[in-house]
Ligand binder design. Structure first.
Ligand code: NAD
Length: 368
């Protein structure tokens, strides 16, 4: 039985990953460590909270003595670090917490894992480690910066992050890389494109737009809406991470992407049309929106995000050819299922949108 530490497992991707792992590896124990910031939500995990192979621990990845004790207690075999401040807009408002969590927190985890796993030293003075252990850093394609109209990010593309968020993720990646090089620490880094799917906090494009269409609220679109992102279903991201965790060559970086480049405005148009169609034809608990009022007129163009990257695209050749991974969702199938999920989970949406969310939303979009 392996014991796996998943940090940030109450967030969007982490909660999907915890469930994926419990389902796929029935002989693994999963410990989910999460600080439960505004983005962490135990409601994402109610269906597995009684699973005997699952344990939740509340705490901060940057709290060194707490993390040391946690590693001593559980003797983790695998560590997958999702915990992060993850929203670019918030990093422009308040960069400091991004450095604290994303950079400092990663360094604390690296030290704790290195100390727990080190068994001795080899003849050249490098640390040696317990068999079967690995640290995986979940990173983003945003560390590569922005692309022009053509080209794709490969694992050897220079790191040129443009936002406080992406630079804090890049800082963390570089520390992980340095531990791999300096201490021969058993690690991988995965860099994934934009995720979509169930349980995403509604400050991000897709759940925000679905939620606003249902409420007949304006749909705020940054600038001309022609920013291009590559989109991957969250379950495909989970299977990609699992693949790298078990089959990835130690010390390597793997890009994970879906070959689904879409402009933001295309996604908004698709959501408007699909929600309108669904609400015209079907009943959803808790939704009494007049579907005839859903139209393109809900779209409003707001001032563009500062330093907004124009285009990201991922070359996923390495993970597909070397490790045999491929995405299972087409975007067309995944987005329709995702819209359905949000329409069917209005209580979840209302719960996460209570409290601080409303205040944040007003601040971001009323000033434009
Ligand atoms: P999220 O914001 O939904 O979740 C982050 C989680 O981390 C939350 O549950 C939060 O409570 C927790 N957390 C924050 N600070 C913490 C701390 N100090 N200690 C412990 N827990 C803490 O983010 P997400 O979208 O699920 O992203 C997860 C990871 O994947 C991040 O590292 C992000 O950079 C990366 N990533 C995200 C995407 C995407 O499209 N969402 C794409 C590529 C990579």
């Amino acid at each position: 039985m392996k014991t796996v530490l998943v940090t940030g497992g109450a967030g969007f991707i982490g909660s999907n990953f915890v469930k994926y792992m419990l389902d796929k590896h029935k002989d693994y124990k999963i410990v989910n460590l999460d600080l439960l910031t505004y983005a962490g939500n135990l409601e994402n995990l109610t269906d597995i909270e009684d699973n005997p192979n699952y344990e939740f621990v509340k705490g901060d990845i940057a709290d060194r003595s707490f993390i040391k004790d946690l590693f001593q207690k559980h003797h983790f075999d695998l560590v997958v670090n999702f915990a992060a401040e993850s929203h670019v807009d918030r990093s422009i408002e308040n960069p400091e917490i991004f450095v604290q969590t994303n950079v400092m927190g990663t360094q604390v985890l690296l030290d704790a894992a290195k100390n727990l796993w080190q068994t001795g030293k080899d003849e050249n003075g490098y640390p040696t480690y317990r068999e079967g252990v690995k640290y995986l850093q979940v990173s983003t394609d945003e560390v590569y910066g922005a692309l022009g109209k053509t080209g794709m990010f490969t694992e050897t593309t220079p790191i040129q992050p443009n936002s406080p968020y992406s630079s804090s993720k890049a800082g963390a990646d570089l520390l992980v890389r340095a531990y791999g090089n300096t201490f021969k620490f058993p690690m991988n880094i995965t860099r994934c494109s934009n995720n979509y799917g169930p349980y995403q906090f509604p400050e991000k494009l897709i759940p925000l737009m679905i939620s606003n269409v249902v409420e007949l609220k304006n749909l705020p679109i940054y600038g001309d809406g022609m920013q291009i992102r590559d989109w991957l279903h969250v379950k495909d991201h989970c299977s990609g991470i699992d693949t790298v965790l078990h089959k990835g060559r130690v010390g390597e970086v793997y890009n994970i992407g879906g070959n689904n480049e879409k402009a933001n405005i295309e996604i908004v148009d698709l959501i408007i049309a699909n929600v309108k169609e669904k609400l015209s034809n079907d009943q959803y608990n808790g939704i009494d929106t007049d579907a005839s009022k859903i139209s393109d007129d809900l779209k409003i163009h707001v001032e563009d995000r500062l330093g907004h990257d124009r285009r990201y695209a991922i070359d996923n050749t390495k993970i597909t050819t070397e490790l045999g991974w491929s995405p299972s969702y087409t975007f067309e199938q995944g987005i329709v299922e995702t819209i359905d999920w949000y329409l069917n989970n209005q209580d979840w949406l209302k719960q996460v949108k209570s409290g601080g969310y409303q205040e944040y939303y007003e601040k971001m979009y009323s000033k434009k």
